[in-house]
Design a protein around this ligand. Sequence first.
Ligand SMILES: C[S@@+](CC[C@H](N)C(=O)[O-])C[C@H]1O[C@@H](n2cnc3c(N)ncnc32)[C@H](O)[C@@H]1O
Length: 258
Amino acid sequence: MRNNSSRLDRVEQTPNLAGPPLTPRTAVVWSVLRAELDRRPATELTVLDVGGGTGGFAVPLARAGHRVTVVDASPDALAALSRRAAEAGVAQRVRAVQGDGDALAGLVEPASVDLVLCHAVLEVVDDPAPVVAALAGALRPGGAASVLVAGRAAAVLGRAMNGHLDVAAALAADPDGSAGPRDTLRRRFDADGATTLLAAAGLAVEEIHGVRVLADLLPAAVADGQPGALLELERALAARPPWRDLAAQLHLFARRPA
Ligand SMILES: C[S@@+](CC[C@H](N)C(=O)[O-])C[C@H]1O[C@@H](n2cnc3c(N)ncnc32)[C@H](O)[C@@H]1O
């Protein structure tokens, strides 16, 4: 695995080409993605965003000159994506496809994609393994995957700190990291479990970062009052266990071997 800190340090100095707002929710992921885009400057990459929703990543990537296909199960999300792409003047570079993440082979040419995104999806699908296999199958050899999943430890801490000790205990005890039928997520991950899931599909994990290590734990007055300091601290902690592993989300950057 590479040295995450040095890569983030390097990327922080890179101009914000795509122009997305940097928040604790997005800054670390954009840093990692921008480093990947910078490997092939002035190249139009083929990007696939599975469960890309309303285009929070797809539209800035299209604005940066890439060709993005968003596959999402929700027609409403895709309609919002199309509006957003049109408003940004990149409708011709964004393709919205309604479909299932585990049936990509029928929607996207196999081994054709340079960069695949799958953010906040593996925790809600019926079974994450076929979705990850489909992501890997869509990637060309050497292509990269950006996978964002819900963190298990943060959910346990968050429930406990809010006084829901029974829910925290259920989450900690459940093998999938779900609090049961009323939980909005089917599962949550730790770094090892997510790495194993990706490796089983033939993806080699190169970097893992925590996203929102502190942001969700702070009083709003602190988070809103010191946004710059919070962002700086999030970036400083993102690659470093044990803080990384307490984050609300884990970002895995992986590659299909060339
Ligand atoms: C929590 S949202 C995440 C949206 C976006 N990736 C983000 O990070 O902001 C989950 C998205 O996954 C989509 N989704 C859920 N199950 C799916 C599936 N099996 N195949 C494709 N998309 C799916 C939902 O419609 C929704 O847009």
